[in-house]
Ligand binder design. Sequence first.
Ligand code: HEC
Ligand code: HEC
Length: 340
Amino acid sequence: MKKTLSILFISFIAFSCSVDPEIKPIITEDEIKEVVPEGWPTPIYNFSSNPLTADGFTLGRFLFYDPILSSDNTISCGSCHQQFAAFANVGHDISHGVNGLLGTRNTPAIQNVNWLPAFMHDGGINHIEVMPLGPITNPVEMNETMTNVVAKLSASGKYKQLFTKAYGDDMVNTQRIFKAIAQFMGTMYSYNSKYDKVKSGDESFTAQEQSGYTLFVQRCSSCHKEPLFSDYDYRNNGLVAYADSGRAHITGNPSDRYKFKTPSLRNIEKTAPYMHDGRFYTLDQCLNHYVSGIVSSSTLDPLLVGGISLSAQDKSDLIAFLKTLTDTKFLTDPRYSEIH
Ligand code: HEC
Ligand code: HEC
């Protein structure tokens, strides 16, 4: 009798130790909302078929920062997409995945993605709710299978809790994983830069920023279109990188060769290195490219034939303007920060 009791007692201790502590809610429902800033176009993705909840967002946030999504449990989405860099990857021209393997392209920022008609530098992925499949299964990024991801998450007490809170039961499947990540990424809004405050009349540009803005509207904004600072079209901006055919890789159409998605310039001060191959480390180098580095080819964008002429003063004015696109609130917002 005594023996049975002590066995019961021991197994009770063993059981209680294996139960994960309850995960406290990190944000409240009203801290997480769909946003369409004034004057912006209608987003392409909204949460109508993926109702936004604090628990769904929280699950997405845990998944985004969890290396469990990679084959050797070392690389998370957040390893390459860093908040202080607007979720680009500081210091890496091209991406570094599992086993130190190198990718071929620069890690783009993640911000205002609900307005993206397509993802990746070549637009190769067209929906936010399938988007994570790319990096998870890419052999030089996370190199994992969805079957393994589902198995690993199903075996975790922590995720049993997180899935139950988000979806009412602890079933883990690909769709639930992707929808939760979409809730986290889709609410990464950047619309609180100085530029935005100037537009709303709450702040004003310095004389230099204003002159940079005027130049920007004349020379840059046909492609880097306000307010998102991209037209999200595919264009050849004269880099010519024969190793990467860009949009043509997806469409097979020779007239799309060397065209890449126009990137947003929001938070551009923080997202170096630049261009799809990370070839430039400073904004000065980017501007010099437009002035004297444009390489002619049959698909070069007509707007860039002959380059863009800018004096030294123009360049410093433009850079002063570009820095007004930095949104410190977004870059330091605790809702998006790393969590384990
Ligand atoms: C090894 C580094 C790495 C990891 C890990 C990684 N990414 Fe990326 N991410 C990239 C690179 C590089 C690209 C651009 C790929 C291309 O154009 O082919 C990219 C593109 C994206 C984009 C498209 C942005 C745009 O403007 O089109 C999103 C969104 C994104 N990643 C989210 C994620 C999520 C979610 C995860 C985790 C499931 C993840 N990434 C894991 C490097 C990484
Ligand atoms: C014809 C369209 C077009 C015009 C005009 C244009 N750009 Fe670009 N810009 C692009 C494209 C496309 C890319 C991406 C190229 C790539 O990834 O290889 C780009 C990339 C950039 C980048 C790097 C962004 C990043 O995240 O890597 C900066 C900075 C930039 N442009 C600034 C400017 C400025 C400033 C002007 C005006 C002086 C300008 N651009 C004019 C199309 C254009």
